[in-house]
Design a protein around this ligand. Sequence first.
Ligand code: 2IT
Length: 447
Amino acid sequence: MNVQNIMTNLEAKHPGESEYLQAVREVLESIEEVYNKHPEFEKAKIVERLVEPDRIFTFRVTWVDRNGEVQTNLGYRVQYNAALGAYKGGLRFHPKVNVSMLKFLGFEQIFKNSLTMLPLGGGKGGSDFDPVGKTDEEIMRFCQAFMYELWRNIGPDQDSPAGDVGVGGREIGYMYGMYKKLAREHSTGALTGKSYGWGGSLIRPEATGFGAIYYVERMVKEKGDKMEGKRIALSGFGNVAWGAAIKASELGAKVVAISGPDGVCEIADGITKEMIDYMLDMRASNRNKVQDMADKFPGKAKFTAGKKAWSVKCDIACPCAFQNEMAEEDAKELIANGVKYVAEVSNMGCQPGAIATLQGAKIPFGPGKAVNAGGVATSGLEICQNAEHRNWTAEEVDKNLHTIMNNIYDMCVEYGKQADGTINYVKGANIAGFMRVAKAMLAQGII
Ligand code: 2IT
């Protein structure tokens, strides 16, 4: 494989799909050396096949808003690769959703799901529907209309969507309700992220954030350091930041920043339980404003409009919101302010320049596909529970999640250890994730 040749071809074939091309380039650059030691991969054209999704569904979603007006959105499902199992990955509702964004997310998902060691293929989907400012009834009607179109293409052993940005427990509930009505299948893993009591798994809401902090804890320990007293800046205030805030606080760290599209809230004394609980209300309000935290807790959270979480002095920085949310300048500002570790919790949260800057400064950097894999791993555990018609206890789920994250961490170290003794977690995650998929594709023939 020659990365530049492959990228030149892909750029010509998929012009303007910048997020997709960025995600592919990062993986290919990491695996090039190892790949070229395996002529059987080259012969079977593993990479050429892997970079193209198995199929993409695009569909119209029409619904009626609160004023009785007819609205039309676009819906998508990218079924990327099923070498390891049924397609698995979230649904994103955001006005910027397009094919490039979902292809990048689906591509990342293949390797992330591989790292969990569970039998999960990779997929992603979503819509350009914007939940901000919508009523609960509008969200329900949209989710129903979306599922009315998608339901035939999903199922527990076919493709199992879950949440992502703009899709949480409420949206999964509305979509699952419609799915069951149409498919007449009950209590299955056709969707994950369901609520507890009707097929959902305990700890699934917390899982992405918990898993991320378990991974960060290992990065910190690797340096002979400890979590206690560490100042952590999180971006966003959604489900992922919420789970990370709970676990970080539990381990004695201090969450000193959360952020939103409107700006940042600095929390000098560290986030409290009441504030963490309030993040859920902020999400349910569909306002998408982090300023609400400062308005609710005036003496504790200080809001600054237009600033990112990376402007707050911290020891650990964790992007938890959206792709490319940390730019090279942000990485430089963090380094100048003494950051010691950076772990991506959002998918591709850091721009290539930010990653290169952090790695150049020898700041340990954990990539999203390893750090945030606890979410989909716990979705995998939800599917197991659905298949055996049983609910595991929170302790049982958390123990499995912790074991999976430890295993992912160990694989990243095994494949990412450099000659100088440092660990390139990006390389480690990409190689470990890729090898499992490539071997499965090879064994399953040219299909
Ligand atoms: O990016 C992700 O891994 C998710 N949004 C969760 C996917 C899942 O199927 O649980």
